[in-house]
Structures are given as structure tokens and as C-alpha cells.
Design a binder for this molecule. Structure first.
Ligand code: SF4
Length: 250
């Protein structure tokens, strides 16, 4: 089987623990207003690669991984190619690699037994999930990404049940998610889960604008300023405090 790959970063340091070989998969059903990889959106394009090709290439870099590093798959939305990712991760685990899946979980659907079988199988070879929660409020999530967050929150609960380690990633955007009420709700939701190992608060930046111009797309957040580091710390603190309030009340 071959997967559609957008690009590969051989020395990634921001997509999971340690130094990592990062595979950006092609295709995403969402249209997050702040997406800085709009060139990954269209499915079934890009380079076609087999799991072996990717893993053989990993061998050239794994000496740099140390004890924490490994293989990360991101996108786009890697779960659009769940069969390929499953094959890739199963073979990666046979080689002893640490596997990390960066996803929004948008395709998760507990009402689809055939798909759930695929999720259950994939999870057996996933060491860590980086779960991108875009917005905790259902309506605001739709406005921000064009999709509901229902499946994403269900996926978070599923990962908790499966006892899979999760790092939460949350992009904080002025005027959209930089909002005390929403950040508190997010922290409270996370407080109901028992598998959260880290929280990555990612301050919104405008570095993706050039890609939109090159692709001839309108940039949806024109005029929105980047979040400052200080505001990022403030947002993190609000989420963290709400998380601990829920944990302490248990
Ligand atoms: S889920 Fe990721 S790749 Fe897809 S639109 Fe959102 S930010 Fe972009």
C-alpha cells in the first residue's frame, strides 16, 4: 500500500518528544481559519510512498533520535489515510520506533463499526497522540474549522478509555480562542480525562499568510495580530487552573 505524502522533515523538534522524523500526510477535510499548511488540504495528491520506503529512510536518521525521539505522522489530517498509517505504525513498532500521531480526530465516528475496528487496530501501535482541539465551543468550532467538534471530543474520551497518552495542542487566536470562558471550558473538559500528559498552547502566528497568497486563496484571518508570548502564558494558565479545579474536586 502507498500513502500520499505532502513532505517529510527529518529533524523535527516540535511534533512530539525528542528529535523526530516527521511525515506530513496529504489531505484534510477541515478548513481551519489559521491553518498554516493549506497546501496539504487536497487529498490524493503529493508523492506516493510505501511504509517501507519511509521506514528505510528513517534508518538514516534514527541515530539522532536519542531515547525520546521517533516517528511522527501529521498533516493535513493523517487519519484520512488510516489504513496506510496503521501499516506504517505497525511496521515502525516492529522496528522498535516510538510512534506519535498528530491528529484532530475529525474522522472519528463511534457509530461506524467498520471504522471503529480500524481505530482499535491503529491504537495498538500508537505510543502517543498529539490531539489538536481547535475550539471547545461547538458553534465556534464550526465557524473556525467548518466542522463540529463533536467527533473530536468523542475521540478524546475514546483515547482516555483506551489509556493512550495524549498531548493536547491548542492554538490560541486573539478574538477567537483567546477568551477566558472558552479556555476555562477547555481546561474543565480536559480535567475529566485521565490520560493527558502535556498541554501545548500554541500562540497564533501569521507565518502561513504567504502560502495562501502563493495558492491564490484568501487569508481568512487577515488583520488578526499574532498572540504575544505573554498572552500565550496567560491562556495556558487559565486552562491549567480549570483543569486542576476539576481534578481537585474529584
Ligand atoms: S486540521 Fe490542521 S491541516 Fe487541517 S485545516 Fe486544520 S490546521 Fe490545517
Amino acid at each position: 500500500m502507498k500513502g500520499y505524502v505532502h513532505s517529510i522533515e527529518t529533524f523535527g523538534t516540535v511534533d512530539g518528544p525528542g528529535t523526530r522524523y516527521v511525515v506530513f500526510m496529504q489531505g484534510c477535510p477541515m478548513r481551519c481559519k489559521y491553518c498554516h499548511n493549506p497546501d496539504t488540504w487536497i487529498p490524493n495528491t503529493g508523492k506516493q510512498k510505501s511504509a517501507e520506503e519511509i521506514l528505510d529512510d528513517c534508518e538514516r536518521y534514527k541515530a539522532f533520535w536519542g531515547k525520546d525521539g521517533g516517528l511522527t505522522v501529521t498533516g493535513g489530517e493523517p487519519l484520512l489515510q488510516i489504513d496506510f498509517i496503521t501499516e506504517l505504525f505497525e511496521k515502525a513498532r516492529e522496528r522498535g520506533y516510538h510512534t506519535c500521531l498528530d491528529t484532530s480526530g475529525i474522522i472519528f465516528n463511534e457509530n461506524n463499526p467498520a471504522l471503529m475496528e480500524k481505530f482499535d487496530r491503529l491504537m495498538k501501535s500508537v505510543c502517543l497522540v498529539l490531539l489538536d482541539i481547535k475550539h471547545i465551543d461547538a458553534e465556534e468550532h464550526k465557524k473556525l474549522t467548518t466542522h463540529s467538534n463533536e467527533q473530536i471530543l468523542a475521540f478524546a474520551r475514546y483515547l482516555d478509555k483506551k489509556n493512550i497518552d495524549v498531548w493536547i495542542r491548542h492554538v490560541v487566536v486573539p478574538g477567537i480562542t483567546f477568551n477566558e470562558e472558552y479556555l476555562t471550558k477547555l481546561g474543565e473538559f480536559l480535567g475529566t480525562l485521565n490520560n493527558i500528559k502535556a498541554l501545548d498552547v500554541l500562540p497564533y502566528h501569521t507565518m502561513g499568510v504567504v502560502k495562501y497568497e502563493n495558492l491564490g486563496y484568501d487569508y481568512p484571518l487577515k488583520g488578526v495580530e499574532a498572540l504575544t508570548t505573554e498572552q500565550g502564558h496567560e491562556a495556558r494558565e487559565i486552562i491549567r487552573a480549570a483543569y486542576h479545579r476539576v481534578k481537585d474536586a474529584k
